[in-house]
Design a protein around this ligand. Structure first.
Ligand code: SAM
Length: 256
């Protein structure tokens, strides 16, 4: 998996990619992360990358350095081709709070491409013509505003890297993660079996595989109903799941 990231602050990424899973994936050759300083593509002598907006307001990133950078990294032909057709070869992602919300399904989609490029905005954002000329996806990581697209880019690198085959030693962990199957994940426990008077549920200690699986499924359903009931509309639910959810709803009706 290859990531190209266009940023005014490449130094921000150093610590995040120098440790843990992303670092191991880079060292193993499963992932490459290439940082490109947008300032290097400014053509004036002071390497200016932002300017005052037409119509007034805060500073806006100029279109030319960003477009030159994308074309240099991906090749102008590819960039033009994927804007002219609907056939995306390398997603060119603009990080923006005005974009579509990033989801686990999108992480899978990006992993399948094998190569993505991300553009990190700063200031009030980016000249709209960058969208028209090179961008294929506008993505937000949440309904809040950060000062730059660097942390959103790190979020996407981390989420996609976990999905690259071989990166996570324990594939089961990935399969059961929250959002992997449309439910939040069940709670985890490890030793000691009792801590400050709180005991690990007996079923988990029993080692009875089928009962453990059923309990975990029910805990996942309970959490999702309590915290993210919207997710249940699209989750794949068995008749047993539906019966369990109905019993939970019955419990809450009785306590009302
Ligand atoms: N004026 C912009 C707006 O209201 O949509 C916000 C600009 S923000 C201060 C600067 C940059 O941070 C954006 O261009 C974008 O790259 C990044 N950014 C901020 N919040 C983000 C979010 N929730 N998701 C993705 N990128 C974000």
């Amino acid at each position: 998996m290859r990531f190209d990231i266009l940023t005014l602050f490449p130094g921000l990424f150093a610590g995040v990619f120098a440790e843990s899973i992303v670092r191991r994936a880079i060292d193993a050759g499963q992932v490459s992360v290439n940082l490109h300083n947008i300032r290097d593509y400014a053509t004036d002598k002071h390497h200016v990358t932002d300017d005052t907006p037409y119509g007034g307001g805060g500073m806006v990133m100029k279109p030319d350095p960003i477009v030159y950078a994308v074309e240099d990294v991906l090749g102008a032909d590819l960039v033009r081709r994927q804007k002219e057709t609907v056939n995306v070869e390398v997603p060119v992602i603009l990080l923006t709070p005005a974009g579509r919300l990033f989801t686990q399904a999108m992480a899978h989609e990006f992993e399948h491409y094998g190569h993505i490029l991300m553009i990190c905005g700063r200031y009030e954002g980016i000249d709209e013509r960058v969208n028209e000329l090179v961008v294929t996806h506008e993505i937000s990581i949440g309904d809040y505003v950060l000062s730059g697209g660097e942390i959103p880019a790190m979020v996407i690198v981390e989420a996609v890297t976990r999905l690259v085959p071989g990166v996570l030693g324990d594939m089961r962990a990935m399969v059961e993660d929250s959002h992997a199957h449309g439910l939040l994940e069940y709670p985890h426990y490890t030793r000691p079996a009792e801590f400050r008077g709180l005991r690990v549920p007996d079923i988990l200690v029993s080692g009875h595989h089928a009962q453990v699986e059923r309990r975990r499924r029910e805990q996942a359903l309970r959490r999702t109903l309590e915290r993210r009931p919207d997710m249940l509309e699209n989750a794949q639910l068995s008749p047993a799941d539906l019966r369990f959810l109905a019993s939970l709803k019955g419990e809450s009706d009785q306590s009302d």
